[in-house]
Design a protein around this ligand. Structure first.
Ligand code: 5GP
Ligand code: ZN
Length: 136
């Protein structure tokens, strides 16, 4: 996937602020951080999205996310963070190479990822029934 920007980053073809790398995945600072310290964790093997990733690469990425999250208090002076994965264009995914955002949160910062502005209570039971039926 030579045209993929994250594959180019992984191949070290683009200057990038890496913080961690192992045989399956990398972590680097986002070029347009949502909050100071915003990082991305990316499997080395090119897959477009969450549905396509192998369980081994998934586990590797989760381990790295936890490893970095554990040092946030030391690194950024905050224990708080959001982990996000935008899956699909409709969900805001711009780079079609699977990645997780690790976004440090700071006291009273203005980020509102889940605004809870609408009340969907009437659909909760309907979706519970539907999803349980499909998964069964
Ligand atoms: P998405 O919307 O696909 O979940 O997020 C893609 C993220 O990748 C964005 O936050 C964007 O700032 C970041 N990004 C895009 N291109 C580059 C790049 O060349 N280098 C780095 N470090 N981050 C990038
Ligand atoms: Zn790629």
């Amino acid at each position: 996937m030579l045209e993929c920007i994250f594959c180019k980053i992984i191949a070290k073809e683009i200057p990038t602020e890496f913080v961690y790398e192992d045989d399956r995945a990398v972590a680097f600072l986002d070029i347009h951080p949502t909050n100071p310290g915003h990082l991305l964790v990316v499997p080395k093997s090119h897959v477009a999205d969450f549905l396509a990733v192998s369980v081994e690469d998934l586990a590797a990425c989760m381990k790295i996310l936890q490893k970095i999250a554990r040092v946030l208090p030391q690194a950024y002076n905050t224990p708080d963070f959001n982990i996000m994965q935008n899956n699909g264009v409709g969900a805001g995914q711009i780079v079609p190479h699977l990645h997780w955002h690790l976004i440090p949160r700071y006291p009273a910062d203005p980020l509102r990822i889940y605004p809870h502005e609408k009340n969907y209570d009437e659909t909760v039971a309907e979706f519970r029934t539907k999803i349980k039926q499909i998964l069964a």
